[in-house]
Structure formats: structure tokens, C-alpha cells
Design a protein around this ligand. Structure first.
Ligand code: ADP
Ligand code: ZN
Length: 719
């Protein structure tokens, strides 16, 4: 491990560690700045980055950079700590978690390990930290306190957690240790609250770009039940071996959706707060392990889930605010490759949310937040521009990856339709909701209409030329244009506004965006068959076989597939087709630990794909040892990484020295050890191996003798 860094070499050191432990070649924007602020300047900082922006590395790296130091990560997401610890461990970084889900005995052992300096990154819940921290000696070498999901400290945030309010204690007890507060929630009030409450000193503020260009954005206004399910099915069919999330507003809706998807033969699970912990954990595990294609969930699901290959997110209902919405869609495509999102927007949801707001403690602020969400859903401007401007980020061009950019609404003259609808509303005295209004316009023979005498009004049946969906779309637009208002407090009845009245009276021309019907999808089973039969191109075939390899390894090790490799790393393998361990180890996303552990099955699959022989000669284990040694592992670490005995590693090294493939021995044997071997070897050449152990393991003797031969050869060559 390197010693404490200075500004000048931090970039190099950190980049080397990034390559070594994570397999990435370069930092994302801001990451290195943040790391050096914490590790070198030792200054507090507040980091705002969207979900998937790469916050974890910012707080993990300072621990890796410091000799014997540990990062303490305070996180409210207890259920997910295990996952984070597994991910770090699989990269060879010693990590652990302390929380109420583990036994006291487990927690005690971990604390012991921590004090022995065996843990680099410790995850801890706020409650637990507060009970522990007074007992910690001030000389526990904490490099950094990271406060994850820091918005939980603020009443202004959307996710207030009382446990967070006492974290000011950290600064009292560790005044000289920097604190890094991280969140994906960006509004100014929350941000300022975080600094004040944590007593941060002159914190440096980092605002990462909130742009996630790989996420496509789409809003579907007032879809019917069938259209919703068809759309979700089409997503599952597009990504049959990946997974997605459907967010619902209520438990009942989540269960309903789950039932519909199962009926159609899809692998679906449900997740909401009404289920037992066991049921919820099962759903989450099935999702993480790729056993289900979709989870129908209330918003409780997905907090902090690090699954990087979520390919799509659908909001079956409108979220309460843009922060939640962005965080939820942000769970898709964390690996940076293409992912799709869709929001189903309906007025019924608006009514329900409006009620929540009215009953909430912070009515004004919540109403404003809901209103911004509504504007987003109703806009006919590039959606990404709206989102980014919400997060105070300017974007001077349209994104090209949202429904508005891809399908700029075609305008039509909607004057006649508008006149018909407005006039019908006036004639029923604003006493009907959208469905009845459409039925009246289309002249439906429903008993209820007849009983109320609606069939007698002048506009009854005046809109027979258009379908229900078409009317629905146009009336939605009239609402957006402010011609009609929805009385949420009056069973969602439609009312004509003063503006609407003047348009009606003066027959003002109105432009509407042309209605484009949602094309009917084939039934799921037929589609699935089609997909099975679809010819994959060679790259897709290779990707599929690499995913198979990954799935098998993940099953064997009982970890989620993305812990083995992310989709993005697999895509890199498809792109570069590494056919040897060495090439494999250079792939972006492949760190050393994983290179050694996994190269064989993946390289075998790639070689098979390319029609190359898949038998590897002997001596490969030597190659692995050499790779690890060159990347800075010592003998113990190599043995540990490969799961072999140190003695075996020494034999490899001796063999490598005999082949003249090693010339720097400093990390294998000390000068004193070498001289001692030489001394005994000169005095008693026949019995070195009897005399030296147990003073010196025989592996080191073997290496010492190999070095001696090597030096003799060198000398002979020079002559
Ligand atoms: P956040 O905590 O901000 O939601 P993560 O830290 O989980 O995001 O990072 C999201 C994904 O991006 C992870 O798969 C992570 O490994 C990857 N990532 C982070 N930094 C880099 C980088 N410099 N290069 C490539 N991938 C990165
Ligand atoms: Zn756009």
C-alpha cells in the first residue's frame, strides 16, 4: 500500500488503484477532485451526483490511498449493506457492515477486525454509529466519514430520517477527520441543511452532472389498462434475459400488475411494505439474482440497489416529485448502457396525489413539488431539458432520446374537437368526469347516460368520428392548455375555465398535437416465440454465452450476476474479444482479483466463439502469479487471491525466475533472507533445506537459490 499521498502524485496513485481494484481505466468527471479534497486537503465536502453517477468510489478510494486508514460509511440502507460489502470484497477490498440485522456476536467480531486494521471500508447504520462512536478510541485511524443518502438529514428532503439528525456528534468527536456527505437530491434547501446539521466546516460543494444520456424518457398520457400491460410486456420482450421495475402507487396496484404479468406467463414478483420481511427479501433476491424479469413494487423498492443491469423502469403511477422520479428511473442503466423508462400519467393519479399533499405536514412545498412533476409530464418540450433545468443544470440542445425529441408532436387544427368537448361540458353543467364526457361525445348507449338524460343534449354523439383513445388524448391536451380544469375535490369532474369559455364563445382556433395510436402488440407468447427464433448476430450470440458463463459463476458463488461482472464489462469483452489471460486482464471493468479468478471460463467462451482451441497449456497458474506480482500483490495476497498455499506461490516464483521472467525480487525476499540462504548454501550445500526451516520457510529458500542461479547466469552472459 502506498503511503499518505500528496497532491502531485494523487492522480497517478489513485488511477493505479482504480485499475487494480475496479478494473476501470479513468475516473469520471469530479471523482478525482472529490477524492483529493478528502484524502489530501482533508476538507469536508458535499457531493451531489445522480444515482449511478459513481459516488461510491469517491469515498472508498481515500481509504485505499491511506496506510491503515478506514472509511466509515453511514447509510440508512441496512438491507443493502451486505450487497455493497460483497461487491467490495469481490474486488479484493476488505469491507464489512455493522447493523441491527446481524447478530451481536457478528458485530462484535467485525468491530474487533476494524480495530486490528483489517477493514478498509465499514458500512454502519446511523443508529448504530451513535451508540458505538463514543466507545471508539479517538485514535481509531478513520480516514473519512462518508454520509450516504445525506438528504435524509433534512426535513426539507423527501426522505427524512430522524436517526440522521444526531450525526453532528461525529464532528465533535473527530474534529480533524473530513466528512463527505453524498446525495442524489439536489435542491438548495436540502443542500444547506446537510452542511449545517453535520456541522461541516467550509465544505467544498461538488455538483455532478445529473445528465444520464443513456436513459430514454417517455411519458404516456392516460393509457388504458390494456395499453399499460401491453407496453410493459413489450419491454420485457425486448429484454427477455434482463430485468425491470414497475413502480405503483399502492400495494393493491402492485399486486394487480404482478398478477396480470404472471397470467401472461412472465416471471414477475411483487414488493411492498405490506409483505413480511421474508417475502420482501425473497422478491429482492430473486430480482438481484435475475430469477424474475420484473418486480412490481411500491416506491419502497430499489433504494440503493446496486444492480447495474436494470434495463427498464416503468412508473405505472405518477411520482410525487421530480427528485423521486429521477432517483427511481436512475436505477436503470447504471452500467451506462442503453436503458428505457416510461411514465404512465393519468388525472386519477393526480387527484390521489393531491390528497396526499393536502394531508401532508408540508403542504406548500409538497404541492409545489407535485406541480413541477405535473408540468414535466404534460410538457411538449424535450423532457431531459426540463429535468436538468430542475436540477439547475442548463442544457442548450434537445437530447434526441426522449419521446418529444424522437416524435415531435405533429400539430393539427383542433378547433372543432375543442368546440364539441367544451360545449358538452357546459351542457352537462360540469357534472361529469372524462370517461362520461367521452361517452357522451361518442354517443354511447349506456343506461346511466340515458337515465341522466345526457342523450338529449345537442353534442350527444357529435364526436362519433373519433375513437375513445383519440378523444382521451385531445381532452388531456385541453387540460394542459388550461381550457378545462379538473375538480379533484368533486369526483374529478371536468370544468370549463374562463379561458375555455372565451375560446368557446369566440370560436378561437386551437392547435393540438396529433393523436398517434399505440400499435397493438401481439400476445406475449407469440412474441416470446418470435424472439426465440430471432437470429442473433455473432456479437449478440457471444454476449448471450458470456451471460451464461456469468450466471453459472454467480450461482456457484451465490452472488448476484452483476457482482461477477457488469453488463458493461461483458460488452467490453464482446468488443475486444480477449483470448488470453493477459488480454482479459486489460479489459475495462476487469480488476486484478477478477482477472485471475474468472479469466478461464470467459476466455474459453470467447475462444470457442472464435473457433480457436480451448485447451490451455500448463504453466497458466504461473502466469496468474506473475500477473498478480506485477500488479503489486505480495506472496500472501497472491495465495489468498488464488486460493492456493504460499508454498505453491513460491514454487511458481522460483520457476519464473529460472525462466528469466522476473528481475525485481524485492517483494518476494528481503536482502537479509537472501544473504542468509547464500551463507548456509555455501557452507552446507547439501542440507540447506534441513538447516534453515523453521527459521525460514522452504519456499523462500527455493526462491533464494533460484535467484542465485539467475545472478550467475547474468554474470556469464555479460562476459
Ligand atoms: P452511485 O452510488 O452514485 O449511485 P455507483 O457508485 O454505484 O453510483 O456507480 C455506478 C456504476 O458506475 C457502478 O457500476 C460503478 O462501478 C460504475 N463506475 C463508477 N466510477 C466509474 C469509473 N470511473 N469508470 C467506469 N465505471 C465507473
Ligand atoms: Zn429530448
Amino acid at each position: 500500500m502506498p503511503s499518505d499521498p500528496t497532491i502531485s502524485d494523487i492522480g497517478l496513485q489513485a488511477t493505479a488503484l482504480l485499475r487494480r481494484f475496479y478494473g476501470y481505466n479513468s475516473f469520471r468527471p469530479l471523482q478525482l477532485d472529490i477524492i483529493s479534497t478528502a484524502a489530501v486537503e482533508r476538507r469536508d465536502c458535499v457531493v451531489l451526483m445522480p444515482t449511478g453517477g459513481g459516488k461510491s468510489i469517491c469515498y472508498q478510494m481515500p481509504a485505499l490511498l491511506s496506510e491503515g486508514g478506514v472509511t466509515i460509511v453511514v447509510s440508512p440502507l441496512i438491507a443493502l449493506m451486505k450487497d455493497q460489502v460483497t461487491a467490495l470484497s469481490s474486488n479484493g477490498i476488505p469491507a464489512a457492515a455493522v447493523n441491527s440485522m446481524q447478530s451481536e456476536e457478528e458485530n462484535r467480531v467485525i468491530m474487533e477486525q476494524l480495530f486490528k486494521g483489517r477493514v478498509k471500508v465499514l458500512y454502519i447504520s446511523p443508529e448504530r454509529l451513535l451508540t458505538e462512536i463514543d466507545r471508539w478510541s479517538p485514535d481509531l485511524p478513520v480516514t473519512l466519514f462518508a454520509i450516504d443518502e445525506a438528504h435524509c438529514i433534512s426535513q426539507w428532503g423527501h426522505d427524512f430520517r430522524p436517526g440522521y439528525t444526531q450525526l453532528a456528534r461525529i464532528k465533535e468527536l473527530y474534529p480533524s477527520v473530513p466528512i463527505m456527505a453524498l446525495t442524489a437530491t439536489a435542491d438548495r434547501l436540502t443542500r444547506e441543511d446537510i452542511s449545517t446539521q453535520l456541522r461541516l466546516r467550509d465544505p467544498k460543494l461538488f455538483i455532478g452532472s445529473f445528465d444520464r444520456p443513456n436513459l430514454s424518457l417517455r411519458v404516456i398520457t392516460d393509457p388504458g389498462k390494456k395499453q399499460r400491460i401491453n407496453y410493459i410486456c413489450s419491454l420485457i420482450d425486448r429484454y427477455p434475459s434482463d430485468s425491470g421495475i414497475v413502480y405503483c402507487l399502492s400495494r393493491k396496484m402492485a399486486e394487480d400488475m404482478d398478477g396480470q404479468l404472471r397470467d401472461k406467463g412472465y416471471r414477475s414478483a411483487v414488493y411492498h411494505a405490506g409483505l413480511s420481511v421474508t417475502e420482501r427479501n425473497l422478491a429482492q433476491d430473486q430480482f438481484i439474482n435475475g430469477d424474475v424479469q420484473v418486480v412490481c413494487a411500491t416506491v419502497a423498492f430499489g433504494m440503493g440497489i446496486d444492480k447495474s443491469n436494470i434495463r427498464w423502469v416503468v412508473h405505472n403511477n405518477m411520482p410525487r416529485n421530480i427528485e423521486s422520479y429521477y432517483q427511481e428511473i436512475g436505477r436503470a442503466g447504471r452500467d451506462g448502457t442503453k436503458a428505457e423508462t416510461a411514465l404512465f400519467y393519468s388525472y386519477a393519479d393526480m387527484a390521489m396525489l393531491q390528497n396526499f399533499v393536502d394531508e401532508s405536514g408540508q403542504k406548500t412545498i409538497n404541492a409545489e413539488k407535485l406541480n413541477r412533476m405535473k408540468e414535466y409530464a404534460e410538457s411538449s418540450l424535450c423532457r431531459r431539458r426540463i429535468l436538468l433545468s430542475y436540477f439547475n443544470e442548463t442544457m442548450d440542445h434537445d437530447c434526441g432520446n426522449c419521446d418529444i425529441c424522437l416524435n415531435p408532436p405533429e400539430r393539427i387544427d383542433g378547433t372543432i374537437a375543442v368546440q364539441k368537448a367544451l360545449s358538452a361540458i357546459v351542457r352537462v353543467n360540469g357534472g361529469v368526469g372524462i370517461h362520461t364526457l367521452i361517452d357522451i361525445l361518442r354517443g354511447a348507449a349506456r343506461q346511466e347516460l340515458i337515465l341522466k338524460g345526457y342523450h338529449l343534449i345537442k353534442t350527444y354523439g357529435a364526436g362519433r368520428d373519433m375513437g375513445f383513445g383519440e378523444w382521451n388524448a385531445y381532452i388531456s391536451q385541453m387540460i394542459q392548455l388550461g381550457l378545462i380544469d379538473i375538480a379533484y375535490n368533486e369526483a374529478n369532474h371536468l370544468k370549463i375555465t374562463p379561458y375555455g369559455r372565451s375560446v368557446l364563445m369566440e370560436r378561437t382556433p386551437v392547435q393540438l398535437a396529433k393523436f398517434i395510436p399505440f400499435e397493438r402488440r401481439k400476445p406475449a407468447r407469440a412474441r416470446a416465440k418470435e424472439i426465440e427464433e430471432k437470429q442473433l448476430n455473432p456479437a449478440e450470440r457471444l454476449m448471450e454465452s458470456l451471460k451464461d458463463v456469468r450466471q453459472k459463476l454467480a450461482r456457484k458463488e451465490q452472488v448476484p450476476p452483476y457482482i461477477v461482472f457488469t453488463d458493461k464489462a461483458l460488452l467490453e469483452m464482446v468488443r475486444t474479444e480477449p483470448v488470453s489471460m493477459e488480454e482479459f486482464s486489460k479489459t475495462e471493468g476487469v480488476g486484478e482479483r477478477k482477472a485471475v479468478k474468472y479469466w478461464k471460463p470467459f476466455v474459453t467462451a470467447i475462444r470457442r466463439h472464435k473457433g480457436l482451441p480451448t485447451t490451455f497449456g500448463n504453466g497458466l497458474s504461473h502466469e496468474e502469479t506473475l500477473l498478480l506480482l506485477n500488479s503489486g500483490y505480495d506472496v500472501e495476497a497472491i495465495a489468498d487471491a488464488k486460493g492456493i498455499k504460499p508454498a505453491t506461490v513460491y514454487s511458481h516464483l522460483a520457476a519464473l525466475i529460472a525462466q528469466d521472467r522476473l528481475s525485481d525480487f524485492s517483494s518476494i525476499i528481503t536482502r537479509e533472507q537472501y544473504l542468509r540462504v547464500m551463507q548456509v548454501a555455501t557452507e552446507h550445500p547439501e542440507s540447506v533445506y534441513e538447516i534453515l526451516p523453521p527459521e525460514m520457510p522452504s519456499g523462500i529458500i527455493k526462491v533464494g537459490l533460484a535467484i542465485s542461479d539467475y545472478l550467475l547466469r547474468q554474470k556469464a552472459n555479460k562476459k
